[in-house]
Design a protein around this ligand. Structure first.
Ligand code: COA
Length: 200
């Protein structure tokens, strides 16, 4: 797995990923996929925008583009940002890529950008995501009770975060650390606009 900057052609993959009902179910407040014009706008702002902190996730062996991960709401004053990840190529789910990409992004956030806190929100039924985040050191710090209606019932939305000292403690020899690879300059620290209705 390797993280690269997005290129304009990646919008086609974004349309496929964010147009997929299964991805929408896991990652959107609305239980319907994004419209094409929404995806285009989302891609332009989030993936290509000058203030973007978004990276493309590629399979290392094949260089296949499989997903995207990002920081948003960068708050330099308080040293915090929100983290988002979508692996859109579903045949690659559960192979460790999400965990590895998240580790690389945290390494960049704490090691390079000097941030103090990375937070995210995730629906409680998204067990795969929660496990990947927990493996990277995210702790559940709160839950918005019954914030999401899906599959005929209410679900909580979890708030998770990891702090720089916690991350550093995990980097010590013997602690569960990052995968060992590095991300090259995922972006400039700047505020990124959150696109409404898209938590990841
Ligand atoms: C969430 C996501 C980033 C995780 O990345 P991934 O590469 O699929 O996950 P990983 O292989 O790194 O880790 C998955 C973990 O969940 C476990 N897992 C895999 N399939 C699972 C399933 N169906 N149910 C529960 N846990 C599962 C794995 O065992 C692993 O945990 P472990 O390391 O403790 O064994 C990715 O699946 C994705 O983008 N999904 C769609 C969009 C989404 O949900 N985004 C997040 C919104 S908050």
């Amino acid at each position: 797995m390797v993280l690269r900057r997005h290129v304009a052609d990646n919008v086609e993959a974004f349309r496929r990923w964010y147009g997929d009902p299964e991805v929408a179910r896991l990652a959107r407040y609305q239980d319907t996929p994004m419209r094409e014009d929404e995806v285009n706008r989302f891609f332009q702002i989030r993936a290509l925008g000058p203030e973007s902190l978004t990276m493309a996730i590629h399979e290392r062996a094949t260089d296949r583009l499989i997903g995207t991960c990002a920081f948003s709401q960068l708050d330099g004053e308080n040293g915090s940002a929100m983290y988002h990840i979508t692996i859109g190529e579903k045949d690659t789910w559960g192979r460790g890529y999400g965990t590895e990409a998240t580790r690389l992004m945290l390494d960049h956030a704490f090691g390079t950008l000097g941030l103090h806190r990375i937070a995210l929100s995730v629906f409680e039924f998204n067990e795969r995501a929660i496990r990947a985040y927990a493996t990277c050191g995210f702790l559940t710090e709160g839950r918005a009770r019954e914030a999401v209606w899906r599959d005929g019932r209410w679900w909580d939305e979890l708030s998770m975060s990891v702090l720089a000292p916690e991350w550093r403690a995990r980097q010590r020899p013997g602690a569960r650390g990052p995968a060992g690879s590095a991300v090259s300059s995922p972006g400039r620290p700047a505020t990124v606009t959150k696109v409404a209705g898209t938590p990841s």
